[in-house]
Design a protein around this ligand. Structure first.
Ligand SMILES: N[C@@H](CCC(=O)N[C@@H](CS)C(=O)NCC(=O)O)C(=O)O
Length: 241
C-alpha cells in the first residue's frame, strides 16, 4: 500500500496517473493547499519542502521500513523502478526518459508555475513578469512541439514517466489560454495520452478530481489563503514557527 499525499494539481496528477498505470494499491491523503494543510509539522516530516505530492511506500521491495519520497520526478522514478515499468533499464532509452523528465521538473514545471502565478494570482500591474514567463512557457512548449513532430511519445516510441510528468500540466495550461490549436503534434500526443484508461481514471476518481477553486482563470484568494500559498504562513512552516 502506498500513501499518496495529494493535492489535485498537475504535480499530484502525475503520481495518480502512474499509480493507476502500474496498478499499485494506494490510498489518497488529500491536502487543501489554500487552507494550508501542507504547512503542518507532521507533513514537514514527510516533505521538508512542504509541497505536494509525496508518497510513503508502506511495502517497499526490500521488505524494510516504509520509504518516503518527495518531488514528483523522484516519485515517478521510484515507482518506475519498483514496478519495472515506464522507465527503460539502461542505455539511450533510459537517458532519454530521464532527460525529458528532468526537463519537465526543472524547466517546464517551474516556468509554467510562474506564468500561472502572475497571470492568475498576482495583483494587477505585473506586465513585465507576465510577458517574461508566458514567453518562456511558449518557448518551452515549442521545444515540446518540435520533439513530438518527430516522436510518438516524448522520450521515443514508448509511453513513459516523461509523458506522465508533462501531460497534466499541458492539460491545465488551457486555464491560462494556452490551447492546442497552434500545436498539432502536441494535440495528437495529448489525445493519445488522454485516451489511456489509467489517465482517464486518474482524472475522474472522486478523491483525485480537481476542485473548481483550483482552475479559475483569475483567482482571488482571501488573506489567509494568500498567506498559506505565497505569504508569511508559507515561509513560517519551513522555519518551524
Ligand atoms: N518540484 C515540486 C513542486 C511541488 C509543488 O510546487 N507543489 C504545489 C502544488 S502543485 C504545492 O504543494 N503548493 C503548495 C505550497 O506551495 O505551499 C514537485 O515536482 O513535486
Amino acid at each position: 500500500m502506498i500513501d499518496l499525499h495529494y493535492s489535485a494539481t498537475p504535480n499530484g496528477q502525475k503520481i495518480a496517473i502512474m499509480l493507476e498505470e502500474i496498478g499499485e494499491p494506494y490510498r489518497v491523503i488529500p491536502y487543501d493547499i489554500f487552507d494550508g494543510d501542507q504547512l503542518t509539522a507532521a507533513f514537514g516530516r514527510i516533505n521538508p519542502n512542504h509541497k505536494l505530492p509525496a508518497i510513503v511506500d508502506q511495502d517497499p521491495v526490500d521488505g524494510g521500513d516504509p520509504v518516503t519520497v518527495f518531488e514528483s520526478g523522484a516519485i515517478l522514478q521510484y515507482l518506475a523502478e519498483k514496478s519495472g515499468r515506464f522507465l527503460p533499464a539502461s542505455g539511450a532509452p533510459r537517458a532519454a526518459v530521464l532527460s525529458w523528465l528532468t526537463w519537465q521538473v526543472a524547466g517546464l514545471g517551474p516556468m509554467g508555475g510562474q506564468a500561472s502565478h502572475f497571470l492568475r494570482y498576482a495583483p494587477a500591474g505585473q506586465d513585465y513578469a507576465i510577458d517574461r514567463y508566458t514567453k518562456e512557457l511558449t518557448r518551452l512548449l515549442t521545444v515540446l512541439e518540435k520533439r513530438l513532430e518527430k516522436s510518438a511519445y516524448v522520450a521515443g516510441d514508448d509511453y513513459s514517466i516523461a509523458d506522465m510528468a508533462i501531460w497534466p500540466g499541458r492539460a491545465s495550461a488551457f486555464v491560462m489560454g494556452l490551447g492546442l490549436d497552434e500545436w498539432p503534434a502536441m494535440r495528437r500526443w495529448f489525445e493519445l495520452v488522454r485516451e489511456r484508461p489509467a489517465v482517464a481514471r486518474a482524472m475522474v476518481r472522486d478523491d483525485l478530481k480537481t476542485p473548481a477553486k483550483y482552475v479559475g482563470r483569475r483567482q482571488k484568494l482571501d488573506d489567509k489563503e494568500w498567506s498559506n500559498m505565497f505569504g508569511d504562513a508559507n515561509r513560517a512552516a519551513v522555519r518551524g514557527d
